[in-house]
Design a binder for this molecule. Structure first.
Ligand code: ARG
Length: 491
């Protein structure tokens, strides 16, 4: 019968939630009228969600205040009763935030805990709050409010990461590095181009989140258990009071829809997939084999046994935590699969995966951003890895094409050149002109300039390409994207 204490949001910005596990061996329920026996304690604990849904206390109270105000305005309860309820709810909120409230497992979930507290505090008037409402529309409303409020926060974190990417890209417009396909050196690019690749992925992540936010902006309150009610409730009033665009259109759908949570989890899974790919890249780049980057000491760890080690734990953990977020998505998809209309208790399983995914993302993105911001780029090592090999072989073929040869023929000639170089231990940029000419008389002294990595990169000034001008344009686009969001924040 001990006390469970936890913070309702992992990062210390919320009051501690106290839950007393059990007050009696049997619990007297709100629904006791229908029953001849009390709930078995095992079932009581099994059924209870207060251990994790307590974090919805603020949304629950806000939803109840909007509902009570509407009940009063519509004459469903007396205005003075609505006032009393609203005052009582505000006092409960203040007490929770001041760490003064204990929740009970016997009251199952956050909704019944708050209702029970209200009635204890204001007496019978508290019992009028649940008129024309069910926990089914209540939980659907609370959860939507919660998810709706977390999304802008997550978007803000992604925009911060994009800002760091833009900063790195701008500093490395001319930092040549090998671009890979199949993890084999393919064509030269720049570190800036590479950073902007990730900035573009993150732009899609932001718009996916905005898109799901837009779709979820409808209020289920007033849907009741599944079929609304016979009271003259005004769902438009409560929707507006809670900041929703409009009420949901079908009450059965309203109480059983968790698409918004699945969409969020899917957007977060894709975001984590991007961070995991980026992490993998950083892990490779900081290996002694690549040595393209060096992590700041503050963002890496040592080994307890091997004194030389500097480990990319942050990147590895972000890569690893991606699995948790995918897990949450699959959990909720599976929970929802084959559920008939309308509410089913299975749906109580929606919260933990969503909370865990949100917490994980809110933990990963800022630490990843800081790690990237402090990462040192080893330009010389990147340049060395890009030169002395055949990364400019396509450019060599393009050189011949510019002199009139069809690409396929040029490709064959350069293939033979590469083969020759491999056998003689040369590279294309050191091969003597006479050897070039032995294979094609179209080669001239200017081939060496054409094969310079900077020429190869800056020659690729196609829209989206790696040339400094193209990447500068990509930077402008992302900056504009970030700027537009900063403006909507201010309005
Ligand atoms: N704790 C429940 C949930 O999270 C609230 C809704 C319960 N509704 C019900 N009819 N049992 O889903």
């Amino acid at each position: 019968m001990g006390e469970i204490n936890f913070r309702s949001r992992g990062i210390g910005d919320a009051p501690a939630i106290h839950i007393f596990q059990r007050k009696a061996v049997f619990a007297m329920k709100l629904w006791a009228g229908r029953f001849q026996k009390e709930t078995d304690t095992l079932v009581n604990d099994f059924n209870s969600s207060i251990g994790f849904d307590a974090r919805l206390y603020e949304q629950d109270i806000r939803g109840s205040i909007a509902h009570a105000a509407m009940l009063g305005r519509q004459g469903i309860i007396e205005e003075h009763e609505a006032e009393k309820i609203m005052e009582g709810l505000k006092a409960i909120l203040a007490d929770i935030e001041a760490d003064q409230v204990e929740f009970s497992l016997d009251n199952e979930d956050i909704h019944m805990n708050i209702e029970e507290l209200l009635t204890q505090r204001i007496g019978d008037t508290g019992k009028r709050l649940h008129t024309a409402r069910s926990r089914n529309d209540q939980v659907a409303t609370d959860f939507r409010l919660y998810v709706k409020e977390e999304i802008p926060h997550i978007i803000g974190l992604i925009l911060d990461l994009q800002k760091v990417l833009v900063k790195k890209a701008r500093a490395h417009l001319h930092t040549v590095m090998p671009g890979y396909t199949h993890l084999q050196r393919a064509q030269p690019t720049t570190f800036g181009h590479c950073m902007m690749a990730y900035a573009n992925m993150l732009r899609r992540d932001v718009t996916r989140l905005e898109d799901c936010l837009e779709r979820m902006d409808e209020c289920p309150l007033g849907a009741g258990a599944l079929a609304t009610s016979t009271y003259p409730v005004d769902r438009f009033q409560t929707a507006a009071a809670l900041g929703f665009r409009k009420p949901t259109d079908n009450s059965m759908d309203s109480v059983s829809d968790r698409d918004y949570a699945i969409e969020l989890l899917s957007a977060l899974s894709i975001l984590m997939m991007h961070l995991s790919r980026f992490s993998e890249e950083i892990i490779l780049w900081c290996s002694w084999e690549f040595r393209f980057v060096e992590l700041d000491d503050a963002y890496s760890t040592g080994s307890s046994i091997m004194p030389q080690k500097k480990n990319p734990d942050v990147a590895e953990l972000v890569r690893g935590k991606t699995g948790r977020v995918y897990g949450s998505l699959v959990t909720l998809l599976t929970v929802m699969k084959a559920l008939p209309l309308a509410y089913n208790k299975d749906m109580q399983e929606d919260k933990e995966p969503v909370f865990d995914a949100i917490d994980t993302v809110e933990l990963c993105v800022p630490v990843f951003t800081a790690m990237l911001d402090t990462l040192a780029v080893k330009e010389k090592n990147m340049a060395r890895a890009a030169s002395g090999g055949f990364i400019n072989a396509t450019d060599c073929a393009d050189y011949l094409v510019k002199k009139g040869l069809p690409f396929r023929e040029a490709y064959m000639i350069v293939g033979r050149l590469v083969n020759m170089c491999i056998r003689s231990g040369e590279s294309l940029d050191t091969l003597p002109l006479k050897d070039f000419r032995a294979i094609s008389s179209l080669f001239d002294e200017d081939v060496y300039d054409a094969l310079q990595l900077k020429t190869c990169v800056n020659g690729r000034s196609v829209y989206g390409g790696p040339s400094a001008d193209s990447v500068a344009h990509q930077i402008e686009q992302i900056e504009k994207f970030i700027e537009e969001r900063a403006q909507t924040d201010e309005t």
